[in-house]
Structure formats: structure tokens, C-alpha cells
Write a protein that binds this ligand. Structure first.
Ligand code: NAP
Length: 515
């Protein structure tokens, strides 16, 4: 099996050596091998700084928005190829749509926001002159300009397309060329997406390294932006690199997260919110086989409702058909690989010290259209932790189809329990009692990047617990990485450099005008 090519300095290049084998999540066959050995990463950085920065620097925000849109349309035309590859990583057609269509949609939203909200210029003037003297001859203004740097993105395996595009869009709009380092298990999907868009984008705007990136951070400094998505452990390691601690490269981390969903005390069986909660929990457990950073890991329910909720979730999970993507009736695919399945089993074993398994067996699952052992299949697993003071449910992320039910007795206790996740990407409150919702949302906001309120009135249009929206902030405090990605034009601003200018108002006007 040949080595997956990297796209560097405008050409597809092959790393040396054996490479790391990447297996098909469903059949276990080797799909590709990944190696960056002997690839010249220093030359790639120089190419980005020279060619990419210059090409993007010639374009205004409006022109960059048009380039992004063209890339999205190119992907749209060939998205079936990406679905087919995603199936090899265990993704069903609807899982692949979350990644592929989600990524394309994100780029289109950014393009549209930029067209409507950014000037036909290469800089953004944030404010009118702020008088700094009594005579009106001296004032200040803030300007956002493109750094003399690059954007390096390091992505998790679970969203090879969306994860890349949601970082590429704001960086490109800001005028920064990007070097993508996809996660090894799904690098072949990200690389294929780059194949599709590379020629549509300005030269040097995108490069991709498949494999490790030794020495890359040594080349980065204060003008560069590093966007990381992955585990908290890797985030902690990268964050301590001198590129960040000494040279102040910008570092945005999206890490793992013990996201919660809360069922309100009013949402008893028979109320629409009870059904909405149960549906959402099962969706979050099964979409992408639960390999979503935003999936619900902790499901808080009133103590008097926990038996009813457990029964409702069990009934739904018993309808889930695990199997090969594309096989008739399959509703949940495989994990990305056997190593990931072992990680999830180990996490479930830790959780089991504090929780009982209500549904599923971590060692056994009926599988349609594939071999349960050769493919990375796992049953959905619902756990229940009646002792909410045990640390495991609040600390252990099983990055698969796994959620834990936890009872609460009152809203004060609930807010404390939510906080024990130590910072999450997203949370949701499912209730039609507005006082309860208000108490919980305001009590939990500081621990969350995004909170969804779900009830009978908004359900039909709701985008759901687990779906980050490009218009809204994605990221979370504390354990979730402390970053903010997306968020509409906020994300573009985060890639630009803000400078306060002082001088005479007319002089400042001249500096900031287009001509
Ligand atoms: P991971 O093991 O931390 O890897 C993430 C990325 O970091 C991969 O591209 C990996 O490359 C790379 N990496 C690892 N060590 C590195 C180093 N020393 N220098 C440079 N790059 C390095 O995470 P994962 O297993 O891919 O993803 C699962 C985790 O990501 C879960 O915990 C999940 O919660 C989290 N996640 C968070 C979000 C979010 O938006 N917050 C989204 C998705 C996933 P290799 O693959 O080549 O090792």
C-alpha cells in the first residue's frame, strides 16, 4: 500500500519510509500508509510565508470571500467521493453529511458573512476617531490588519473535512495561508478534500502534511496562529511549546469535554420535552458512533424521573442497528479504528467503577454486513451513576457511543454538578419551565461555550445539541481548551492583529482609506 501524499509548495509529495498503516474501520483492510519522513516542512513554511501570504495579501476581504465560495462549490460537486471515503472510516451516509455538508455549509456561511460584513479592503477599521485631546487635533482608532504569519491547524480524527474547513475559512478571510496537519486515522479524507480545492484557491493558501510534524513549531512565532483540535492531553503538551510560551504564537485549543444535557423537573413522561430529551440523547450517542466532541456525556435528570428516562432511552437504543455504512437499515457505523475502540472500552471500564451499565455490552454487539471483531464496532452504551459525587462521570471522556445518566435533586445541586465537568463545549437544557431554564442557563453559562435550550416551541427549527453553528462561538472554557472558534466574523477578527493608532484625525483617515 502506497504512502498518502502531502500537498506542499504547490505539489503532491510522498513521505519516506514504511509509514503508519491506516486500516478500514469496517473491514480492517489497510487503506493507506501515512508518513511525513523527509518532507521539507521548513520549505513549506517559507512557501506559505512568501507565496501564500503575498497571494492572499493582494486580495480584499470581498475577493477572499469569493475564493472561499468557489472552494465550497468545488467540494459540493464532488462530495460523493468524500462520502465514499468516509464510509471506510466507519461513517454512515448521514454521519458523512455532518462532516462533509457541515464543512461546505460552514465555508458558505463564512463567505456570505464576509461579503455582507467585511469591506472591499485589506484592513478593518473598528471605530470612529476617539478624541484624545480637547482641541480635536489628536485622536485614536483601532485597525485590524493581516499578520505577517501563517495558520497551522492540527485536527482531530473525527471531522476530517469540517474540522479543516471551519479553521481554513476564517484564516483565509483574514489573509493567512494555512498548513493543515490532519489526524492520521482520517488523513486520507482530508487530503482528498485538499485535492479538490487546492487549484481553486490562490497559490500557497493551503498546504497539507500527512503524518507527524517534528520541528514545525520551532518555525512558528508571534505572527502565527495555531488552531488545535484534539485531546486535552495533546493540547497541554502543545501549549507548553516555546512557540507559544516564549514567542507568543496565538494558540486556540478545542479539547475534549464532558458535555451535559439537563432534563427539567417539569418534563415528565407524556410532556413533549421528555421525548425531545430522549431523542436528543440517543442522537448524540449514535451519530458518528458518538465520536463527537460535543456529544452528551453526562445526562442529568430529576431523581424521581431517572427510571422512566432509562427505560425510554433503552427502548430507543434497542432500535439502533449497528453495521457497515451503506447496508440496509444500519443506523450506527463503526468507530474510526480498533485502537479507538480499545480506548473507549478502557474509558467505560473506568466509568463502570462509578456507574452501572443500563444498556449495551462493551464486548459484544450484533453487526449487520460486517465482522464485529475485524471492524471497529461497539454497542451504544448507556450508563447510570446514582452516586453523583464519584469523580469518574465528570472526568472520564469515553469518545464513542457512551453516555451516563446522573440524578439531581435540586437546581443548586445541579449547577454544582454541571461545574464539575470543569468547562465544556456545549450543554443543553430541555424544559418548558422558563424559570428553571433561566436559573440553569445563567448558573452554567460560565462553564460553557454554547448552551442550547430545547422545548416544544423551538424543536422543529432547532439545530440540535451537538451541532456547532458557524455563526456562533464554538469552544469552551477550562478542560474544553479555553478556545473560541467560529463565531461568525469574530473568528476572522481573531486571526487579525489589532493595533491602536494615534494621530491627527485627518492623518489617520488618510492612512486608513483604500487608496
Ligand atoms: P489527539 O490524539 O489529541 O490528536 C489530535 C491531533 O493532534 C492529531 O492530528 C494528532 O496527530 C496531533 N498530534 C498529536 N501529538 C502531536 C504533537 N506532538 N505535535 C503535533 N501534533 C500532534 O486527539 P484525537 O484522538 O485525534 O481526537 C479525539 C479527541 O479530540 C477527543 O478527546 C475529542 O474530545 C477531541 N475533540 C475535540 C473537538 C473540539 O472541537 N473541541 C473536536 C473533535 C475532537 P496524529 O493523529 O498523527 O497523532
Amino acid at each position: 500500500m502506497s504512502i498518502l501524499e502531502s500537498y506542499l509548495e504547490g505539489m503532491w509529495r510522498t513521505g519516506a519510509g514504511e509509514g503508519a498503516a491506516v486500516a478500514d474501520a469496517v473491514t480492517g483492510e489497510i487503506v493507506t500508509r501515512v508518513s511525513s519522513e523527509e518532507l521539507d516542512l521548513a520549505a513549506a513554511v517559507t512557501y506559505a510565508r512568501r507565496t501564500g501570504l503575498a497571494a492572499l495579501g493582494e486580495l480584499t476581504f470581498q475577493q477572499r470571500a469569493a475564493a472561499l465560495k468557489a472552494a465550497a462549490l468545488a467540494l459540493q460537486e464532488r462530495k460523493q467521493e468524500l462520502y465514499d471515503l468516509s464510509a471506510r472510516a466507519g461513517a454512515t451516509r448521514s454521519d458523512a453529511a455532518v462532516d462533509v455538508d457541515g464543512g461546505i455549509g460552514t465555508v458558505l456561511v463564512y463567505s456570505s458573512l464576509a461579503r455582507k460584513g467585511l469591506p472591499d479592503h485589506t484592513l478593518i477599521v473598528e471605530d470612529d476617531p476617539i478624541p484624545l485631546g480637547r482641541g480635536g487635533t489628536f485622536a485614536g482608532r483601532h485597525v485590524l490588519t493581516t499578520p505577517r504569519g501563517i495558520s497551522v491547524q492540527i485536527n482531530a480524527f473525527n471531522f476530517p473535512v469540517w474540522g479543516m474547513l471551519e479553521k481554513l475559512a476564517p484564516a483565509l478571510l483574514a489573509g493567512l495561508p494555512t498548513i493543515v496537519k490532519p489526524a492520521t486515522p482520517t488523513a486520507y479524507i482530508a487530503a482528498h478534500a485538499v485535492h479538490i480545492i487546492a487549484d481553486v484557491l490562490p497559490p500557497g493558501a493551503i498546504q497539507l502534511v500527512a503524518g507527524r510534524v517534528p520541528g514545525l513549531f520551532d518555525l512558528l512565532g508571534g505572527q502565527d496562529h495555531i488552531g488545535f483540535t484534539g485531546s486535552a492531553a495533546t493540547a497541554a503538551q502543545l501549549r507548553s511549546d516555546p512557540a507559544i510560551t516564549r514567542r507568543s504564537a496565538r494558540f486556540n485549543a478545542e479539547a475534549d469535554s464532558l458535555n451535559c444535557s439537563v432534563l427539567g423537573p417539569d418534563a415528565v413522561p407524556g410532556e413533549p420535552e421528555f421525548e425531545l430529551f430522549a431523542d436528543a440523547l440517543v442522537t448524540e450517542m449514535t451519530v458518528k458512533a458518538g465520536q463527537k466532541c460535543t456529544a452528551i456525556r453526562r445526562a442529568f435528570v430529576p431523581v424521581n424521573l431517572i427510571d422512566d428516562v432509562a427505560a425510554a432511552i433503552e427502548a430507543r437504543l434497542s432500535q439502533v442497528l449497528v453495521g457497515a455504512p451503506g447496508v440496509d437499515g444500519v443506523t450506527m457505523g463503526a468507530l474510526v479504528g480498533l485502537a479507538q475502540r480499545e480506548d473507549v472500552r478502557a474509558a467505560v471500564a473506568r466509568l463502570s467503577g462509578a456507574a452501572s451499565i443500563v444498556f449495551g455490552d462493551p464486548r459484544k454487539v450484533e453487526v449487520a454486513g460486517a465482522d464485529a471483531e475485524r471492524g471497529a464496532f461497539l454497542s451504544p452504551l448507556l450508563l447510570r451513576a446514582d452516586d453523583v459525587d464519584r469523580p469518574e462521570p465528570h472526568e472520564v471522556e469515553a469518545f464513542g457511543p457512551v453516555s451516563t445518566l446522573l440524578p439531581y435533586r435540586c437546581s443548586t445541586e445541579l449547577i454544582d454538578l454541571i461545574a464539575r465537568g470543569e468547562g465544556s463545549l456545549t450543554g443543553s437544557v430541555v424544559s418548558y419551565d422558563h424559570d428553571f431554564v433561566r436559573r440553569i442557563v445563567l448558573g452554567a453559562a460560565a462553564h460553557h461555550g454554547r448552551i442550547l435550550v430545547l422545548d416544544r416551541d423551538s424543536a422543529a427549527e432547532s439545530t440540535g445539541h451537538g451541532t456547532p453553528m458557524p455563526q456562533l462561538v464554538h469552544g469552551g472554557p477550562g478542560r474544553a481548551g479555553g478556545g473560541e472558534e467560529e463565531g461568525g466574523l469574530r473568528a476572522v477578527h481573531a486571526h487579525l492583529r489589532r493595533t491602536a493608532l494615534q494621530g491627527g484625525p485627518a492623518t489617520l483617515d488618510t492612512i486608513l482609506s483604500k487608496e
